[in-house]
Design a protein around this ligand. Structure first.
Ligand SMILES: *[C@@H]1O[C@H](CO)[C@@H](O)[C@H](O)[C@H]1NC(C)=O
Length: 209
């Protein structure tokens, strides 16, 4: 390894460690803009223990969405104490017959099922699908940025918690990305090879046609 490469690895390591050891925490100040590394820290003298507790996951959530699910995010915007720590969570409630449709994040995700029975899976970049029936207590990992999904195959509500290795991992749902946004039907047809009729059916479902 040449000297420059060694130096740059050393500097990267140093900067990373310096960030970690100069502050115990950096609760995000959501009133100021977010940069690529997260939010500016809230004045530490105003931080209380309540900042480190998130109560948004309490209770079963109604699953009345088009996909019969309810996704409750515990990302940095909902839980500012996560700022800079590279970790976040979400609660998934999936009604009978419901799904978390195919989607991806900027990060990896680990899921634990706490109620019901689901099929969970992801599709790798060789189009190989890895999917499995999960029972309560089972854990599955969806590697970073892979398309993944969950399907309630039981007769009761299914509930799972996920954790992601980023404070702001993003959530990009493939079907809404194509049909619920501002992409014109003709472009959707061209980039998916779907028929005009099918694209219009989907756009109507999402109220964009
Ligand atoms: C999800 O749950 C929240 C909290 O109970 C509720 O306010 C919201 O309307 C639900 N969303 C859907 C689509 O059911």
């Amino acid at each position: 390894m040449n000297k420059l490469a060694f130096l740059s690895i050393f500097i990267t390591l140093f900067v990373t460690l310096a960030n970690a050891i100069e502050l115990d925490f950096c609760v995000g100040d959501l009133s100021l803009p977010r940069g690529p590394e997260g939010y500016v820290c809230k004045d530490p003298s105003t931080v209380t223990t309540d900042d480190f507790v998130y109560t948004g996951f309490r209770g079963e959530k109604p699953t009345t969405s088009i996909f019969k699910n309810n996704v409750t995010l515990g990302f940095v915007d909902q839980f500012p104490a996560l700022n800079g720590l590279g970790i976040s969570m979400a609660r998934l409630d999936i009604g009978v017959g419901g799904v978390i449709p195919v989607h991806s994040h900027r990060t990896s995700e680990i899921i634990i099922l706490v109620k019901g029975t689901i099929i969970a899976g992801f599709i790798d970049t060789n189009n190989k699908a890895h999917y499995k029936r999960l029972e309560v207590g089972d854990v599955m990992i969806f590697p970073q940025a892979m398309l993944h999904f969950q399907i309630n195959i039981g007769k009761t509500l299914a509930t799972a918690y996920v954790s992601l290795n980023g404070g702001n991992p993003g959530l990009q749902l493939t079907t809404p990305a194509l049909f619920a946004g501002n992409l014109p039907a003709q472009i959707v047809e061209q980039i998916t090879l779907l028929s005009h009729e099918e694209v219009m059916r989907m756009k109507k479902m999402f109220g964009t046609a």
